[in-house]
Structure formats: structure tokens, C-alpha cells
Write a new protein. Structure first.
Length: 152
């Protein structure tokens, strides 16, 4: 099943493709790779999920923030490519969690993103990945994720 059909089947609503808030572009294509800039958990209503995971937010709420971040990344990809069906696979993702100093489950939080990619793209949605904790993130967002996709 195509990624676009999967979005409909799963009843996933993408937020508006986020606009850059500094001096960068949302994504850059080099040959068949699209490098997607860091995205935060932008909801459909344009609000952001904020707070420190392990202090202000639970692990499960952090995981949901990572999933919402994945939807924002898909919105940017769709806006840039015209169709998510052009995605061949997720190559690499870097997930950053705005985490309390004693929080240790960063990979579980970033699974919110990774699980979404597999739901939409199937096995090609499973790529290489890093999940790390940060002392803070811009605007106190809970999660920031950047990714590299192979496209056709």
C-alpha cells in the first residue's frame, strides 16, 4: 500500500508544513537524499508540545510528542516532494529529547517517531537512528527530530 493511502487508512492528519524560524530551509535534496531539518512537535492547530520529559511530561507524553513531530516531518516532506509516495526509505533519524537529568528512556520516547514511520512506510520506514537527551530545546519543545530520506 502506498504511503499516501496509508495516511488515509490510518486517519492521520498532517499539520501545516512548518515554516523556518531562523536562517535555514526545511529540507535540502542532494541527489536521491532529502535531509529534513530538525522539527518539533507541531500539532494540527499549530501549537507545540512543550515541557521537559521526566519532569513536566511523562515518558508516554514524550512518546506522543515524538509521534506528533513525525507528522510534522511528513508534512514537510509532502510539501516538498508533492507526494509521500516518492519516499523510498528512511535512512537516518536523530531524535533529541528535552529530558530531565535523571531521565534514561530516550529511545522509548523516540519510538513514537519510529513507530509512525513504520506505520506509514512499512519496513522501509525503519532506518538507522540515534536518540539522545538534551538539557533544553528551542522554545522548550519536548522533542526535536531531524531525518534523512531516500527518494525517487
Amino acid at each position: 500500500m502506498s504511503a499516501e493511502a496509508k495516511l488515509i487508512e490510518l486517519k492521520l492528519e498532517l499539520p501545516p508544513a512548518p515554516k523556518p524560524v531562523a536562517t535555514y530551509v526545511p529540507c535540502v535534496q542532494v541527489q536521491n537524499l532529502v535531509y529534513v531539518s530538525g522539527h518539533g512537535p507541531l500539532k494540527v492547530d499549530r501549537s507545540l508540545i512543550t515541557g521537559v520529559v521526566g519532569a513536566d511530561l511523562t515518558e508516554e507524553q514524550g512518546k506522543e510528542a515524538a509521534r506528533v513531530t513525525g507528522l510534522a516531518i511528513l508534512a514537510t516532506l509532502k510539501n516538498y516532494l508533492g507526494s509521500l509516495d516518492r519516499v523510498v526509505r528512511l535512512v537516518k533519524a536523530l531524535g533529541m529529547v528535552n529530558a530531565a537529568p535523571d531521565f534514561k528512556n530516550h529511545p522509548v520516547v523516540i519510538n513514537g517517531f519510529s513507530d509512525l514511520m513504520v506505520e506509514v512506510f512499512g519496513e522501509p520506514g525503519k532506518g538507522a537512528r540515534s536518540a539522545v537527551g538534551m538539557g533544553s530545546l528551542p522554545g522548550n519543545i519536548s522533542v526535536e527530530i531531524e531525518a534523512i530520506f531516500e527518494v525517487k
